[in-house]
Design a protein around this ligand. Structure first.
Ligand SMILES: [Zn+2]
Length: 226
C-alpha cells in the first residue's frame, strides 16, 4: 500500500493543485491513543535501527506548502543528542516540535503549544526529558552556584529548580539524575495541564498530555504513567 506521501506525490505529478492535495490528506491519527501508538511504533523502529520514514522528495514537500497536519506536539530539550523527528522516526509535517534547554514550559513554549492545540489537529502533547540533561543537572546546584550563569540561563534553571526540591537522596548518580529529569517532566506537564487552552482540550477528549523519558544509550523512549 502506498504511503500518504507517495499518494500525494503521485497526485501532484498528475496535475492536482496544492489545494486539492491538502484537502485529500487525512490526518495520520484521529485520537490521542492513535497518536501515542504512532510515536511508540516510530521510536521502536528508531532504537532497533530500522527507521522507515522516507524523508520527503520534492513532490511531497510541495504538497505540504498549503497546510500542515502534525498529529502530535513534542516539547523536548535542545540537547543535540535528542533530535525529536529522528527519535520517533517521523518526517516533515508529522510533529510540531518545540525544543528548549530543559524542556520547560514558559511563555514561548506555552504559546507554541496553545497555537498547535487551537489551530492544528494535534491529539497529543509529549513533554520529553532525557538521560544526562545538562539543564536539569545544573538546576540541582545551589542558588549560589547557579548565580554565575548568565541571566537567561538562570531563567531556565529557575524554571526547573522547584521540581527538584525534596528529591530523594539516591546514592547512584545515574539513578538520581533520572529521578531529577522525571520530576522535571512531571512538573512541566502539571504546569501545562493548568493552562486554560490545554485543559479545555484535555477535558473535551481531543488531546492528551504525556510525559516521557529518552534514554540516549538505548535510543528508547519510556512513556511515563499517570
Ligand atoms: Zn537536556
Amino acid at each position: 500500500m502506498a504511503s500518504t506521501d507517495e499518494l500525494m506525490a503521485e497526485l501532484v505529478k498528475r496535475g492536482a493543485t496544492m489545494e486539492q492535495v491538502a484537502l485529500l490528506k487525512d490526518p495520520t491519527a484521529n485520537t490521542p491513543d492513535e497518536a501515542l501508538s504512532l510515536l511508540q511504533a516510530g521510536n521502536a523502529r528508531f532504537f532497533s535501527g530500522q527507521p522507515q520514514r522516507v524523508f520527503s522528495d520534492v513532490n511531497s514537500r510541495r504538497a505540504q506548502i498549503i497546510a500542515q497536519t502534525p498529529f502530535a506536539v513534542v516539547l523536548g530539550c535542545a540537547d543535540s543528542r535528542v533530535p525529536i523527528e529522528l527519535v520517533f522516526d517521523q518526517g516533515p509535517g508529522d510533529l510540531f516540535s518545540i525544543r528548549v534547554a530543559g524542556n520547560v514550559v514558559e511563555a514561548g513554549t506555552l504559546g507554541s503549544i496553545q497555537y498547535a492545540i487551537r489551530h492544528l489537529k494535534v491529539h497529543l502533547v509529549v513533554v520529553l526529558g532525557h538521560e544526562g540533561c545538562g539543564a536539569v543537572a545544573a538546576s540541582l546546584l545551589t542558588p549560589q552556584e547557579r548565580a554565575v550563569e548568565p541571566l537567561h540561563v538562570r531563567f531556565l534553571l529557575d524554571a526547573i529548580a522547584p521540581a527538584l526540591e525534596g528529591i530523594a537522596s539516591i546514592q547512584d548518580r545515574k539513578a538520581r539524575m533520572r529521578e531529577a529529569v522525571v520530576l522535571n517532566v512531571r512538573r512541566q506537564k502539571a504546569i501545562l495541564e493548568q493552562d486554560d487552552v490545554v485543559r479545555e482540550a484535555i477535558e473535551s477528549g481531543r488531546v492528551k498530555v504525556v510525559g516521557a523519558f529518552y534514554e540516549i544509550g538505548s535510543g528508547a523512549v519510556d512513556f511515563l504513567e499517570g
